[in-house]
Ligand binder design. Structure first.
Ligand code: ADP
Length: 486
């Protein structure tokens, strides 16, 4: 409950647009706070935000660097979790944040406020006080600062400085194929680097959808909290897989690819629309369900020869070249008869049966290879008999790959590019790229890059109370994997 007392005019206080604030209950003696009546909710800029406790009594712990220019001063706090709330931050991004309730003190006034925790440490003010924390007792003077008692960062001098330590991470590999090359490599590298990596079979997860303390259940047990999740969701279970990833995301795990981004990349139509919106060059493409006007469709794609693709196809299946208008029309007729969603696309002939696969991890192209179709085949997929070699990519190719992964929102992505006479064109973006072909062709250690990407995003680490490294106990090994193929 927000502490609302009848207003005594002699107890009214003036607040400047910036003030000093203390959050005594969570051990923060002084912070400068920006009074931001343009925002509804108050926010604290924290790091290593980590929920813990039971579903009935959830808590959250987090660290803050209270002094903007002194990242060496760290305070770790914990507080009961009262809510999770979707907040639109000043840059327009939607974010689901943990909400704590704690007393705040400015000058002589102490009252309870709700504060959302957000991981945006680059902000100048560690805290914003939004209008929901401001009541009738407070009069905000937007033209002046520090109407109330000024505190000092010296108050932190007495606090013992906690040093961040390396902590083994609990990483969940969400896959139904624990034995394939990509899974084996990721597990091997994660373990080599001291982490615990558990294989979680996506379809064996079931969920407790709960606003404050979401859980993922697995064979009758609630899974513990994972620091990070690597989703490798097969296309046949995209929608369920996305729900599982979303649930882990809600539990505060760092998901290398978030559910929405996986969904956007899987839906070729949606992905094309996003890429087009961001002016990313692609082959000219027309989408259709069951149009009667086949010739208009062919015209949009620039006439024959053109490529007709089933939207649900993968690995080159359902990708057909219509060399003449007649051939194209009959393929379109066949797809139409199947009542399938398909697209008709300009054939980039000069790509000559080859495409580029760029592997993007955390905003970097970490490896790239060229796939070459076998003779007489225009599809370069390995599953269609294509061959792979390491490729040196141009700056334009690198930039378009990075931009494509960024606008779709993928941390780890395989971006396929065609080399056309008018520059690189993005063909497709894959959210669960296999790493076998590209590691073998290029010698790059992609698995390590994935684990490093997680390490970079999950830290800094919180010192455990006793100062020793808390090693997560491996739990899913206890669950037998029925019928997993070797
Ligand atoms: P999939 O998702 O099934 O792999 P793609 O759209 O990636 O389908 O197409 C498979 C292959 O066909 C590509 O790797 C590329 O070599 C070739 N290809 C696809 N579209 C075109 C096109 N518009 N022009 C030239 N070649 C293409």
């Amino acid at each position: 409950m927000i502490d609302m007392m009848p207003v005594d005019p002699t107890k009214q206080i003036f607040l400047g647009w910036e003030e000093w604030i203390a959050l005594p209950k969570i051990g923060i003696p002084a912070l400068t706070v920006k009074i931001d009546t343009g925002a509804r909710t108050s926010a604290l800029h924290a790091f290593a935000i980590e929920p813990f406790g039971s579903a009935k009594k959830p808590y959250v712990r987090f660290g803050i660097h209270p002094i903007p220019d002194h990242p060496d001063v760290e305070v770790f706090c914990s507080a009961p979790l009262v809510d999770r709330r979707e907040v639109i931050s000043s840059n327009g991004e939607k974010e689901l944040r943990y909400v704590i309730r704690t007393p705040a003190r400015i000058g002589d006034l102490q009252w309870d406020i709700d504060i959302t925790l957000t991981n945006r440490e680059n902000m100048q003010y560690r805290m914003l006080l939004g209008r929901s924390a401001i009541d009738e007792r407070m009069i905000v003077d937007p033209n002046n600062s520090f109407h109330q008692e000024e505190l000092s960062y010296d108050l932190y001098g007495k606090l013992k400085k906690a040093r961040p330590i390396d902590r083994p991470l609990r990483i969940g590999l969400l896959t139904r194929e624990p034995k394939n090359y990509t899974s084996r490599r990721i597990i091997q590298i994660a373990e080599q680097r001291g982490h615990v990596c558990e294989v979680i079979n996506t379809t064996r997860c079931y969920m407790n959808i709960n606003a404050v303390a979401p859980q993922v259940m697995y064979d009758g047990r609630a899974l513990p909290r994972f620091d990070a999740i690597i989703p490798r969701i097969g296309s046949s279970i995209t929608s369920y897989g996305m729900a599982v990833v979303r649930q882990f995301d809600l539990m505060g795990s760092f998901c290398v690819n978030k559910a929405a981004a996986i969904g956007a990349s899987r839906d070729k139509l949606f992905a094309h629309q996003i890429l087009a919106q961001h002016k990313i060059n692609m082959p000219i493409t027309a989408f259709a369900h069951s149009p009667h006007d086949t010739s208009a469709l062919i015209d949009i794609a620039g006439g024959a020869p053109l490529v007709v693709k089933l939207l649900e196809g993968t690995q080159g299946n359902g990708v057909v070249l219509g060399e003449t208008a007649n051939a194209a029309e009959s393929v379109i007729g066949a797809f139409r008869g199947l009542k399938a969603n398909f697209l008709v696309q300009e054939f980039v002939k000069e790509a000559a049966g080859s495409d580029l696969r760029c592997l993007v991890i955390g905003g970097r192209v970490v490896a790239s290879m060229k796939r070459q179709a076998r003779d007489g085949e225009f599809r370069a997929n390995v599953h269609q008999g294509g061959d792979v070699v390491a490729a040196k990519i141009t700056r334009a190719e690198r930039l378009i790959a990075l931009k494509a992964a960024k606008v779709i929102g993928l941390g780890v992505a395989g971006v396929d590019i065609l080399r056309s006479n008018s520059g690189p064109k993005v063909l497709e973006i894959n959210s669960s790229p296999g790493i076998q072909g590209i590691e073998r062709a290029t010698g790059a250690d992609v698995a390590t890059k994935i684990v490093e990407y997680i390490e970079k995003n999950v830290g800094p680490k919180i010192r455990s109370k006793r100062g020793r490294k808390p090693t997560p106990e491996k739990i899913t090994e206890a669950f037998a994997e029925p019928g997993t193929a070797a």
